[in-house]
Design a protein around this ligand. Structure first.
Ligand code: ASP
Length: 344
């Protein structure tokens, strides 16, 4: 019998509609279970549920909740073969990315899933998503090793590496995409895994929990007409340590001297700035165009093909883990730690 722990954090998947007000609210655990009796009908998988209090809409999830989720996995690690985290879709990519950095050396699957329609609605996608996520969390190869021992997101019919995902659709059942990395599995009649795409941690590595984060980071999105005062004000936020600079195309920015000056001064003050393209697909290629040369000269780092969600959470994790080691944070930002970016 394989064992899977469901960690319920909230989100639409765990909600029912009130008969009185018509509003969605978190279901009681017993009500939730009653909607999915299949959870306890597996011959070969035993399912337990750990419920968070309070259950949250994922817009209210913050780094404290990431810690709680990471601890729930860490504390129960030896008792289960895999974990499913039920989470609202709105910030699932942030939580999934954060946990991929916090749970270092993972040998077991941690599968995030949720739904677009609440569990209590007849056409809900909740049941399919959850039941398939459980199978993935329990899946093992012939040698008894987990097939996808990574933090992942399963939604509709595809399994993605969590730190490669972005919520792309507020309407369709297919709510997520991984623009720069192929799915790790597809679920049809059978679940077809792509083991050659999976990031396996070394077998002898014990699970290590990194539970500190530092929120002194910001996303600065360039737009035509952005003014010096806006950029200067953001770069002078008290305590600021890291900036996700969202640029155009292959990592380009206006060639205005003031922009170079503001970025260079921020880098000289010890702020780490990483270039992330506003395009969903493709990679930053600094220096390719003249308009990105200034960024290079100012000391801005390349974010390659990373997502904003992964870059932001990676910075939060690194600043938390190495509070006094600027060089180490810089160096690790230029490396892929758990498959979050491809460095050509
Ligand atoms: N607002 C909800 C949440 O993210 C949406 C969802 O679950 O799909 O918690």
């Amino acid at each position: 019998m394989r064992k899977v722990l469901i960690i319920m954090t909230g989100g639409t998947i765990s909600m029912v509609r009130s008969k009185i007000s018509g509003a969605l609210h978190p279901a009681k655990l017993e009500t939730f279970k009653a909607f999915i009796p299949e959870l306890f009908a597996y011959d070969d998988i035993h399912v337990d549920i750990l419920e968070f209090h309070p259950m949250l809409d994922s817009s209210d999830i913050n780094p404290d909740n990431w810690q709680k989720m990471a601890h729930a996995v860490y504390d129960n690690y030896n008792r289960y073969d895999g974990f499913v985290i039920l989470h609202g879709t709105d910030t699932m990519s942030y939580s999934g990315s954060a946990l991929s950095f916090m749970l270092d050396g993972l040998q077991k699957p941690v599968v995030f899933t949720g739904s677009q329609l609440p569990i209590g609605v007849l056409r809900s996608d909740a049941k399919e998503n959850l039941l398939t996520a459980i199978e993935i969390a329990a899946a093992k190869d012939e040698e008894g090793n987990a097939i996808v021992p990574e933090v992942t997101v399963f939604f509709e019919d595809r399994l993605f590496r969590a730190n490669r995902t972005t919520k792309k659709n507020a309407e369709h059942f297919s709510a997520f995409n991984s623009y720069n990395y192929p799915p790790l599995a597809k679920a049809g009649v059978h679940i077809t895994y792509q083991p050659h795409l999976v990031n396996y941690s070394p077998m002898d590595m014990p699970l290590k929990l990194h539970d500190k984060t530092d929120c002194n980071v910001v996303v600065l999105k360039l737009f035509p007409g952005i003014s010096e005062v806006v950029v200067r004000t953001i770069l002078h936020i008290k305590g600021l340590r890291g900036v996700v600079l969202e640029t155009y195309g292959a990592g380009n920015a206006p060639s205005a001297k003031w922009l170079y000056r503001q970025l260079k001064r921020a880098v000289d003050r010890g702020i780490i700035i990483v270039n992330k393209t506003q395009c969903s697909t493709g990679s930053v290629d600094m220096g390719l165009y003249e308009v990105s040369q200034n960024l290079l000269k100012a000391g801005v780092l390349s974010g390659y093909d990373i997502t904003t969600e992964a870059l932001l959470t990676k910075m939060m994790y690194l600043f938390g883990e190495y509070p006094d080691n600027h060089a180490e944070v810089q160096s690790l930002l230029q490396k892929s730690l758990c498959g979050e970016m491809t460095i050509e």
